[in-house]
Design a binder for this molecule. Structure first.
Ligand SMILES: [Fe+2]
Length: 240
């Protein structure tokens, strides 16, 4: 499996706070069958840790990979960021300040939970105007999607990629997120499921627990497509 969304880089956001946590997260992911992790720190947030495309951020992916290799943990780190659509989002887009997923055309974008759908649409159009493809992080967590899941379906029909959180399907992120996630999954609107892990204890990168749940509750879903083939296509900058 490839985990498209994971806060595994140490000390850069509210995910792994130090390298030991990153290593434990990677070991847990590897044990559950994950071979590649896109390291996607929060980016363009209100605080000072913007995680724009800088030499320091690029060094952070390499440093974590070196540490994993030294520890013998068989996981490949791919670059990325979870870009919050707010503030001077469009300006930063045009300036190329955001790390796309493994340097591909795919950009992982998140919104405030209570964001206005018209603003979300403008931001996704701005991403597309730069020749990039929006990957919408956890659409099931946005209030507008919880109220009207058809909205996210429409995004998918327009070529935006929907990435569900594992935790939503496991019921860890509330009933509304679970209901919206289930519906989008059953309607075939979802392209990827990822961990959005922040630690190894809570919101973990363990992906194995998802498989029996998918088999039992969503037999129409192809786990290999959502957990391996689609994220692999994104890593290779291929069409889904
Ligand atoms: Fe995230």
């Amino acid at each position: 499996m490839l985990d498209l969304h994971c806060h595994i880089l140490p000390g850069l956001d509210d995910g792994a706070e130090r390298l030991e946590v990153s290593l434990s997260m990677a070991a847990m992911a590897a044990d559950s069958g994950v071979t590649h992790i896109f390291a996607t720190p929060h980016c363009n947030t209100r605080d000072t840790r913007k995680n724009f495309r800088t030499p320091a951020l690029i060094d952070a992916y390499t440093a974590l990979q070196d540490a994993l290799d030294r520890a013998g943990i068989p996981v490949k780190i791919l670059s990325g960021a979870e870009v919050l659509a707010r503030g001077r989002f469009a300006e930063h887009l045009r300036a190329g300040d955001f790390m796309t997923l493994n340097g591909s055309r795919y950009l992982l974008v998140e919104f405030y939970f209570d964001e206005d759908p018209a603003y979300m649409e403008r931001c996704m159009s701005a991403v597309e105007a730069e020749g990039l493809i929006p990957v919408v992080a956890h659409p099931e967590r946005y209030f507008c999607v919880q109220r009207a899941p058809e909205l996210a379906q429409l995004w998918a029909e327009r070529g935006r990629i929907l990435q569900l959180n594992k935790g939503s399907l496991l019921g860890e992120l509330g009933e509304d997120a679970f209901t919206a996630a289930s519906l989008l999954l059953r309607r075939g609107a979802v392209s990827v499921i990822a961990s959005d892990a922040h630690h190894f204890l809570r919101r973990s990168p363990e992906m194995g627990e998802l498989l029996p749940l998918l088999a039992r509750r969503f037999p129409e879903v192809d786990p290999d497509l959502l957990l391996r083939r689609n994220p692999l296509r994104i890593a290779k900058d291929q069409a889904l």
